[in-house]
Design a protein around this ligand. Structure first.
Ligand SMILES: Nc1nc2c(c(=O)[nH]1)N[C@H]1C(S)=C(S)[C@@H](COP(=O)(O)O)O[C@H]1N2
Ligand SMILES: [Mo]
Length: 215
């Protein structure tokens, strides 16, 4: 039953990619326009995933980084929480056309992770891998930005299971499918490769202001 619902959801999203659902053909300057083309603002926080929501305690949770890095690393929960903690505020833009403004988060800046692992000169992209089997690719240049972080708290409460707790990635300047929930591993690659949705018709980069919905 869960499998059939899941398959239907995946087929629907593949169909959207084939038919270009949500495309307006417009683009906008993120420095001037808050709402990307084709988006509508909502106050709720919809849940979107493949229907598998891993139930992870912080005890069994760990996050690792390997591949094109000088220092492959693995953090336990205590080690992760001992990294510098910062507050972030941003808007969310989902490819299914909802946007949610003014989310306040606590987490670890991605640049602090980069300082520790030190990507090699060959590193071009990162494959983010999650505990539910999901993956998504992001260029290193899109992760090496002040506003990108790994979150554990949203609007004052620990990230719930359905929104990706214990931790998720947040990449505010790209569509929200790039913000991997239940983050498990970061694989640094010497070339960009498609993740789960990117292999099913979604754009390799996913810039909402350029309407990079499908690719
Ligand atoms: N691990 C994992 N991360 C994921 C997904 C997923 O299925 N699994 N779905 C992506 C998609 S398509 C979206 S729109 C957002 C939704 O996040 P939310 O459920 O917190 O709104 O998570 C993204 N990250
Ligand atoms: Mo999505």
């Amino acid at each position: 039953m869960v499998d059939r619902i899941k398959d239907k959801l995946i087929r629907t999203k593949e169909e959207w990619a084939r038919t270009g659902r949500g495309l307006t053909g417009e683009s906008a300057d993120p420095g001037k326009v808050r709402r990307p083309p084709g988006q509508r603002v909502t106050e709720d926080f919809p849940v979107l995933d493949l229907g598998i929501q891993p139930n992870l305690s912080t005890k069994e949770w760990a996050l690792s980084a390997a591949g094109q890095v000088a220092h492959p690393l693995k953090w336990t929960w205590d080690q992760f929480m001992a990294l510098p903690q910062r507050e972030f505020r941003n808007d969310i833009h989902c490819v299914t056309t909802w946007s949610r403004y003014d989310n306040v988060w606590l987490g670890v800046a991605f640049r602090d992770i980069l300082k520790l692992v030190e990507p090699t000169p060959a590193a071009k992209a990162v494959m983010l891998k999650s505990y539910d089997g999901y993956s998504t690719n992001v260029l290193l240049s899109d992760l090496d930005r002040d506003e990108v972080f790994i979150a554990h708290t949203w609007n004052g409460t620990p990230l719930t299971r359905e929104h990706g707790g214990p931790v998720r990635l947040v990449v505010p300047h790209l569509y929200f499918w790039k913000s991997a929930k239940w983050l498990r591993h970061m694989s640094f690659l010497d070339r960009d490769q498609p993740g789960y949705w990117e292999a099913r018709g979604y754009h390799m980069r996913g810039d909402p202001w350029q309407e990079e919905r499908y690719g």
